[in-house]
Design a protein around this ligand. Structure first.
Ligand SMILES: [Mg+2]
Length: 222
């Protein structure tokens, strides 16, 4: 049976250059009718977009209704897509090479992200990585990452079995282990290699710059 690998997006494959944070501000004011006062204080590390916007609404004392969330995510996707058209994401070293190597070895690649669909695919498209992935689960599937990973497992191509999840935060490691997957952590995001190891990752890599070595170490975990 083919193997499949799940990848987180932000901090793992790419950095969207802070465009997401600014976009959260403009989309929030449009959808909720009030400005959010502390954009710089928001933490996105390992978070899901749904949980971030619900926290913003709660702090502003406004209800986060399903309609407002839908409006917010529509605005958010437009703002991020426009921002990334002007300023493309930073793709971390070795990422395209690693994805190519895993694909040529016959593995199916999927996305597990707290981003909603439209935002996830906007980032991947602007990064030139959109054609590498054949399935995924997103922040509009669920607001908690372990549940998003579980949903991704239900979407894997029928001839493949998911072996591991690759991410950049302890929440990715938890999501992997909660679903019986090995956890590979990469320290290109905002969490140090030491902290990722302490969080229980089965393999910690500083980055994917040596894509051949990274692919071999990942496959050794299958
Ligand atoms: Mg991440």
């Amino acid at each position: 049976m083919r193997s499949a690998v799940l990848f987180d997006i932000d901090g793992t494959l790419l950095y969207a250059r802070g465009i997401g944070r600014a976009a959260f501000g403009t989309a929030f004011e449009a959808a909720y009718g009030v400005p959010y006062p502390n954009l710089g204080g928001l933490s996105f590390v390992g978070a899901t977009d749904s949980n971030v916007v619900r926290t913003m609404a709660s702090e502003c004392g406004v209800d986060s209704t399903p309609a407002r969330e839908e409006h917010f995510f529509l605005r958010l996707a437009h703002a991020i897509d426009a921002g990334l058209s002007q300023n493309q994401p930073l793709v971390y070293p070795g990422v395209p090479d690693l994805l190519g190597r895993l694909t040529r070895r016959g593995h199916a690649l999927g996305i597990i992200t707290g981003n909603v669909r439209a935002t996830a695919w906007s980032k991947l498209r602007h990064a030139g990585l959109d054609h590498a992935f054949s399935f995924g689960a997103y922040g509009d599937d669920h607001h908690e990452r372990p549940a998003i990973a579980r949903i991704a497992l239900g979407r894997v191509p029928s001839n493949a079995a998911v072996r591991l999840l690759i991410g950049d935060t302890p929440l990715d490691i938890q999501a992997a282990h909660a679903n019986g997957l090995k956890a590979v952590a990469v320290a290109t995001g905002w969490v140090s290699a030491d902290d990722l190891a302490a969080a229980g990752a089965d393999l910690v890599l500083p980055d994917f710059a040596d894509a051949a070595a990274a692919a071999a170490r990942i496959e050794a975990l299958f």
